[in-house]
Ligand binder design. Structure first.
Ligand SMILES: Nc1ncnc2c1ncn2[C@@H]1O[C@H](COP(=O)(O)OP(=O)(O)OP(=O)(O)O)[C@@H](O)[C@H]1O
Length: 200
């Protein structure tokens, strides 16, 4: 899977939004991509209202902010997405994505359908890739074999998957749909879409 004898010059540094049902293989594909191209991609630094843990640096691990600061930023429309988990806010700001671009890297966002809709409302000029399962049964099988789901969470993920697949079926919602059946084939397709043709 590694392309050690080839180099790639990205044809575009536009942010890439990767979405698709849970268990469809997004993390698996991204892990391969980052391994093969270690200096090409960057992660946006999220905001949080939780306290920094030992060793965490502001602006590196997270942008640590107060609740009023976070709420103000949400009101000002500065976030692509935000959510509250166990009493703390977390969010990805539009600026955090632009900072990655300013650092000369391609920002990859692995987000859900709501996140996709939010990014489309910004001026980030992102490219949208949808990772689809070969079939609903294959998706269920992958989630089962990953061993991370309870019966309830599995059902919830499959219900959400139906909505995501319906959204992806509408032409124009994504720039590229990749069916992750054979992993190596799907990976090559993703790598080409993001980085262009490899130069020998
Ligand atoms: N092409 C493939 N064929 C078979 N199994 C696969 C394939 N791609 C990924 N998997 C397996 O499917 C499971 C789900 O993959 P992964 O965790 O990458 O999904 P995900 O889309 O990132 O899910 P989530 O959104 O819940 O984080 C993993 O166990 C992974 O090893």
């Amino acid at each position: 899977m590694s392309s050690s004898t080839t180099t790639t010059t990205p044809t575009s540094k536009r942010p890439v939004v990767l979405s698709g049902p849970s268990g469809t293989g997004k993390s698996t594909l991204l892990k391969l991509l980052f391994k093969d191209h270690p200096n090409t991609f960057g992660f946006s630094v999220s905001h949080t209202t939780r306290q920094p843990r030992e060793g965490e640096k502001d602006g590196v691990s997270y942008h640590f902010v107060t609740r009023p600061e976070f709420e103000r930023a949400v009101t000002n429309g500065e976030f692509i997405e935000s959510a509250e988990f166990s009493g703390n806010y977390y969010g990805t700001s539009i600026k955090a994505v632009k900072d990655v671009l300013d650092a000369g890297k391609i920002c990859i966002l692995d987000i859900d359908m709501q996140g996709v809709i939010s990014v489309k409302k910004t001026d980030l000029n992102a490219r949208f890739v949808f990772i689809a399962p070969p079939s609903p049964d294959a998706l269920e099988e992958r989630l089962n074999s990953r061993g991370t789901e309870t019966t309830e969470s599995l059902e919830m993920r499959l219900r959400t998957a139906k909505k995501e697949l319906a959204y992806a079926a509408i032409p124009g919602n994504h720039d590229k749909i990749i069916i992750n059946d054979d992993l190596a084939t799907a990976y090559k397709e993703l790598e080409r879409f993001i980085l262009g043709e490899p130069k020998q």
